[in-house]
Write a protein that binds this ligand. Structure first.
Ligand code: GLV
Ligand code: MN
Ligand code: MN
Length: 433
């Protein structure tokens, strides 16, 4: 007969749990240390996914996790999992986010979620605290979607939202595929993406919006993520000489693009207060000052918490493309390349975060995320949720992004306590307490 596993020591009854305090200085030091990998003169980070800089920060993460006694595995989408064993050999409770950034990214988007989780793990290791389930820290690949669209590619494959081969074939604007770039930095792991069962997933992130700061709240308890859709539109006219071509004979693709951008802005305003609509990427061909633009590529991003409103915005976009192009003699093609429906997070995970915020004495409020996150895909396959820390002025995707040392530590503290709360209840459910 198998020996009975040692009885789990309920965290809530342990005075030890109160001593599990995140080291704010140490967390800050790791944030600043890794921010130097791809650091920009304006104080941000440019560390696009699957570049040499991404390789460097991955190596850093692997070394630090191994120094804590973790085993690091990598899947074939490049997602990294650093595991600390628990009392039972069951699927781990995971926490994490991403280490890739926007081209003009800040120091906290994604990084706080991975490094906050690493600090939480370090706190457990130093205290010798044994969890019931194993605990993992995860670094997902290409969360940003800046180099390869769509965003959250590896968590999307993990959750079955994208086919692996399709994801690996996605190309950046220079024609390099995700798979080639992953191979080039040496981070295509052996494990098939998705073949890595988890018990739950918790993601700490900065809010990337102004609500927490405006209300003076320290923690956002995230109950869901709004829906988001990405489209690619190509408008085609005719290249011509700017000096010799009369205005009435032109088919200027950039004029069409400019009018379309205004229409997209108006579509979002027409669905106020929750809708947002953006054209953030425009490529003009041939982009020469004395050639009438012959072709423009636009990337469109529409978001709203309700799918029905997104349907209406999408219909309005389709109408706008036709109405803008026809009178200018322009042709167009468009494709929806990403449809990420609104997400509601797991009530037990959300409750664990709320309790953790209360027990830690932090002011908090429930909120829906405006930004996309890996947790949104994870929620399709495991109980998941998020914790938000405030960011100054609500500014993010910007080198000026800032969350203070104390705010980062508060977020990591709530992350740690939420994971331990979930772990303790899991042990109770499984009759191990
Ligand atoms: C990810 O950063 C997104 O919300 O686009
Ligand atoms: Mn992020
Ligand atoms: Mn981001």
């Amino acid at each position: 007969m198998r020996a009975r596993a040692p009885c789990y020591r309920s965290a809530a009854t342990e005075t030890g749990m109160r001593n599990l305090t995140i080291d704010a200085e140490r967390l800050w030091d790791t944030l600043m240390e890794t921010a130097a990998i791809g650091g920009t003169p304006k104080g941000g980070i440019c560390r696009l996914t699957l570049t040499e800089l991404d390789r460097q920060v991955r190596d850093w993460f692997k070394a630090r996790a191994e120094a804590l006694g973790c085993t690091v595995t990598v899947d074939d989408m490049g997602a990294m999992f650093a595991r600390r064993p628990g009392q039972r050999d069951i699927p781990p409770i995971a926490m994490g986010s991403h280490l890739d950034t926007q081209p003009t990214g800040g120091k906290f988007d994604g990084c706080l979620g991975v490094l906050g989780a690493l600090e939480a793990l370090r706190t457990l290791v130093e205290a010798g605290y044994e969890t019931y389930a194993p605990i993992e820290v995860v670094n997902w690949t290409n969360e940003e979607g800046s180099r390869f669209a769509p965003a959250m590619i590896s968590s999307g494959v993990f959750a079955g939202a994208f086919a692996r081969d399709w994801a690996a074939a996605q190309k950046d604007r220079a024609g390099v595929s995700f798979g080639e770039a992953l191979e080039a930095i040496g981070y295509r792991g052996a494990q098939r993406c998705g073949d890595h069962p988890l018990t739950a997933f918790f993601e700490l992130h900065i809010e990337q919006g102004p609500i927490l700061e405006a209300e003076g709240k320290e923690i956002g308890v995230v109950t869901g993520v709004q829906g988001m859709r990405w489209y690619e539109v190509t408008i085609t006219g005719q290249e011509a000489h700017t000096g010799a071509t009369p205005m009435r004979l032109r088919r200027n693709a950039l004029v069409g693009a400019a009018r379309l951008i205004e229409r997209i802005d108006a579509i979002a305003h027409a669905h106020a207060p929750h809708a947002v609509g953006t054209v953030g990427l425009v490529e003009v061909k041939p982009n020469s000052r004395n050639v009438v633009p012959g072709e423009v590529f636009l990337a469109v991003d529409l978001r709203h918490p309700e799918a029905a409103v997104l349907d209406a915005m999408e219909a309005a976009l389709t109408r706008a493309i036709g109405e803008v192009c026809a009178p200018l003699g322009l042709e167009s093609s468009s494709a929806k390349i990403w449809d990420n429906p609104p997400v509601v997070f797991d009530p037990d995970c959300v409750a664990a975060v709320r309790r953790a915020a209360e027990q830690s004495g932090f002011s908090h409020r429930d909120m829906v995320s405006g930004a996309g996150h890996d947790a949104a895909y994870l929620a399709r396959v495991v109980p998941a949720t998020m914790i938000f820390a405030p960011c100054r002025g609500g500014i993010s995707h910007n080198e000026a992004e800032f969350t203070s040392k104390e705010q980062c530590a508060a977020g990591a503290q709530v992350l740690l306590q939420a994971v331990l709360d979930y772990d303790r209840r899991l042990a109770e459910r499984q009759g191990a307490s």
